[in-house]
Design a protein around this ligand. Structure first.
Ligand code: FAE
Length: 547
């Protein structure tokens, strides 16, 4: 049986479609002609499963930002690449005709191997809102460690499939706090512009922002921020703004204005499925195996590395285990995925020469959530775009950058909702738990107090000025702070510590880290532009010197 086996309720996982060059080039051509962002995601369908015993030049573990940058640049340099992805390919519509599920009606597509949703906002008006779903290799993983739940995207495209699309370059004066060993001039002159261009980053039209119903919630956020004297900033995103205008006009199928975000976006968001991945496929040098999970990377007798891969079905069972060899292996499984693999491999004696920095320096980007209850004269609107586009920047004086986030419930809630990124210095470590046969993370929930204190520098002041209070019904019963989670895992194989200054793992030639694991716990803003830009910098050096 192949990985097309169905989940319990009959949802068919992505089909095993081999990439056919002719079809692919038409679709890629359409994408490059500028219509990509409004096209359904299936336009980038492509997968060719790796065979047991295969030998590849470069193997990339994971298909998120770091993995896509590595694969594209290696392929453009003439190197054949195979990408291995534990999630599905997300190229085939479900029974409702859509590839991705809506946030209001989670189903088997929504969560990674759970029988019940685990929504970041667990309650509304104090009532729990999670519900039973069939267990399936769905798109959003809520991975639980003892002190924190880490949300991650699963599938070809990684976190780009589920994220809010906020595409933020850190302020230059903060960059040395983010990546002290990296030349800021190079980043700001070359690699951030390259990343922003490839990702299709753009700003909302301020005139439209001022008038459209779907950003009333953000205008209320702006008014309250400015009345308390905080800098209010527009935040660039990877949403196709022209498409959103058409959504608002009712001329195209809705995506951001239909509440799509956490479980995927069917139309307007420029995820990696519409940016790097079509370019990767157009090279003709890259193949991808979805529903394949790397479990080991070991030095091979004849040189290079033996990579062990479990092929799974859509209910998570292993169908077969394959071993392939690769001259070079790029760890791009995300901060948590890469760290877990490396810590396990070092601790179990498979890669004993990895240094003791591996597993260290992990942070949550200071994420903390909260809501405020507005007065009746400050409605936030029943129609809310799921793509945040504004923030309150109090980083310099309070250590917090707060996204004005949507609550797309479809009804008037009189709530303002925020995800704050804060300067939280706490760092956790991954370690191998031999008894349980798994990797643990030492994060403690109490460490979020620093983030709460930073976020309060903004919201205590706004509440005092507006005569408003915090919502207590969104994260439990009488619980103000969403301090149990992160969307932004960073670190675990930190640049210039676990690796050299370009991501080469110490101890093993030909092994590289090229994802969020390189970044030491905080980026001061949302992280994917920095992950992409750093990957662009590192792969350029690696191609020039190692291949
Ligand atoms: P990532 O994109 O996570 O890709 C790693 C890939 O590796 C995934 O597809 C995994 O399934 C796969 N994988 C893991 N382990 C294995 C294995 N053993 N074998 C094979 N495959 C494996 O990594 N960031 C922003 O900048 N702006 C936002 O607005 C934003 N909103 C977010 C909202 C949500 C709900 C979430 C969850 C995240 C958000 N993020 C946002 C974070 C952002 O998506 C994240 O930092 C990047 O996706 C991380 O990129 P990486 O390349 O490190």
């Amino acid at each position: 049986m192949t990985h097309t086996r169905t989940c319990d309720n009959g949802f068919k996982g992505p089909s095993r479609r081999t990439f056919i060059a002719g079809t692919g080039s038409i679709l890629v051509g359409t994408a490059l002609a500028g219509h990509a962002s409004a096209a359904p995601a299936e336009a980038v369908s492509a997968s060719t499963q790796i065979a047991d015993g295969a030998g590849v030049v470069a193997l990339v573990i994971g298909t998120g930002y770091g993995g896509c940058v590595a694969a594209l640049r290696l392929a453009q340099a003439g190197v054949d690449v195979h990408m291995v992805e534990m999630g599905m390919s997300w190229d085939t519509p479900g029974p409702d005709g859509k590839i991705f599920a809506n946030t209001t009606t989670p189903d088997q597509r929504s969560f990674w191997l759970r029988t019940r949703t685990k929504q970041p906002l667990s309650n509304f008006l104090g009532f729990p809102i999670d519900k039973a779903i069939p267990r399936c290799t769905g798109i959003l993983d809520a991975e639980e460690f003892s002190g924190i739940t880490v949300y991650q995207g699963r599938g070809v495209g990684g976190g780009s499939l589920v994220n809010g699309g906020m595409a933020v370059t850190p302020r230059r004066e903060h960059f040395s706090d983010v990546l002290s060993s990296v030349n800021a001039d190079e980043m700001y002159n070359v690699y951030y512009p390259r990343a922003n261009a490839e990702l299709g980053v753009g700003l909302i039209d301020p005139a439209w922002f001022d008038t459209t119903a779907c950003y009333q919630y953000a205008r209320v956020g702006r008014k309250h921020a400015q009345r308390s004297g905080f800098p209010f900033v527009f935040v660039p995103t990877v949403y196709d703004w022209n498409y959103m205008k058409q959504e608002a006009a009712g001329t195209v199928p809705k995506s951001a204005l239909a509440g799509e975000i956490l479980y995927g976006n069917n139309y307007g968001k420029k995820s990696l499925q519409k940016t790097y991945l079509p370019k990767i496929k157009a090279t003709g040098r890259v193949t991808i195996s979805p529903l394949h999970k790397v479990t080991s990377v070991a030095p091979a007798a004849g040189g290079g590395y033996a990579v062990t891969i479990d092929q799974i079905n859509t209910t998570g069972d292993t169908l077969t285990t394959k071993t392939v060899t690769a001259a070079k292996v790029f760890f791009a499984a995300g901060s948590v995925g890469t760290s877990k693999l490396l810590v396990k491999l070092r601790s179990t004696g498979v890669l004993p020469n990895l240094n003791n920095e591996v597993g260290k320096g992990w942070g949550d980007n200071g994420n903390v959530m909260c809501g405020r209850a507005n007065h009746l004269w400050d409605p936030t609107g029943p129609l809310q775009s799921s793509i945040p586009t504004a923030g309150i920047d109090n980083w310099a004086s309070g250590g917090a950058f707060a996204e004005v986030a949507p609550l797309p419930t479809g009804i008037e809630t009189y709530a303002s909702f925020y995800l704050s990124i804060t300067k939280n210095p706490n760092r956790a470590e991954f370690s191998w738990n031999a008894a349980a046969g798994k990797v643990d993370l030492s994060w403690q929930t109490a460490w979020k107090q620093t983030s709460i204190t930073a976020a309060k520098t903004i919201f205590d002041k706004i509440n005092a000025k507006e005569g408003t209070i915090y919502r207590t019904d969104l994260f439990g019963v009488y619980k103000i702070w969403g301090d149990h989670l992160t969307y932004h895992p960073l670190g675990g194989a930190v640049l210039n510590k676990a690796t050299d200054n370009y991501g080469r793992l110490h101890g093993y030639a030909g092994l590289y880290v090229i994802d969020g694991a390189l970044i030491p716990g905080n980026t001061s803003v949302n992280p994917f532009v920095t992950i992409t830009a750093l990957a662009e910098r590192n792969i350029e050096k690696i191609i020039a010197t190692d291949l």
